[in-house]
Design a binder for this molecule. Structure first.
Ligand code: SF4
Ligand code: SF4
Length: 146
């Protein structure tokens, strides 16, 4: 057991220090932009290859085709997800991203199933009109007049 004198010295030293904790949830700290919080799904970019499903170590993500169109929804089981971001690394279409959202607590487990709806892909940009070359293109330039 520490002697009272040592305890008092330690107490006084901590009186002048900033607290090591924050008054969460009343005061929130800023997490870094690279924080691995809730995974975000961008349906417009998804091609349905399911690489993310295959590589997820927790079987926490399901990609479903919706209707006859090639549009996809994603279902995340947030209670299974370990927030490793492997799915983000596996997706080469930038359809999955990490976010800084870490406040994911729910009262019931079924609320931890998050469905990102399928969204139609934006229309492809119009193709550049093909311009025919002028009729004399490729002909030798006229020789200068003497
Ligand atoms: S989210 Fe990415 S990896 Fe997963 S199915 Fe869609 S395109 Fe493939
Ligand atoms: S963050 Fe990890 S555990 Fe969560 S869905 Fe992606 S791959 Fe699976």
């Amino acid at each position: 057991m520490k002697k009272p004198g040592k305890m008092l010295a330690e107490l006084l030293r901590h009186v002048t220090k900033r607290p090591a904790t924050t008054q969460y949830p009343f005061k929130k700290i800023d997490v870094p932009a690279t924080y691995r919080g809730r995974i975000v799904f961008i349906s417009e970019n998804c091609i349905g290859c399911k690489l993310c499903m295959r590589d997820c170590p927790a079987s926490a993500i399901t990609i479903n085709k919706v209707g006859e169109e090639k549009i996809f929804e994603a279902v995340f089981d947030l209670d299974k997800c370990i927030y490793c971001a492997q799915c983000v690394l596996s997706c080469n279409k930038k359809a999955l991203m990490t976010s800084t959202d870490f406040e994911l607590a729910q009262i019931t487990r079924k609320n931890l199933r998050m469905v990102y709806d399928a969204k139609p892909k934006p229309p492809a940009p119009p193709k550049e009109p093909v311009v025919a070359p002028p009729a004399d293109a490729g002909a030798a330039p006229a020789s200068p007049q003497a």
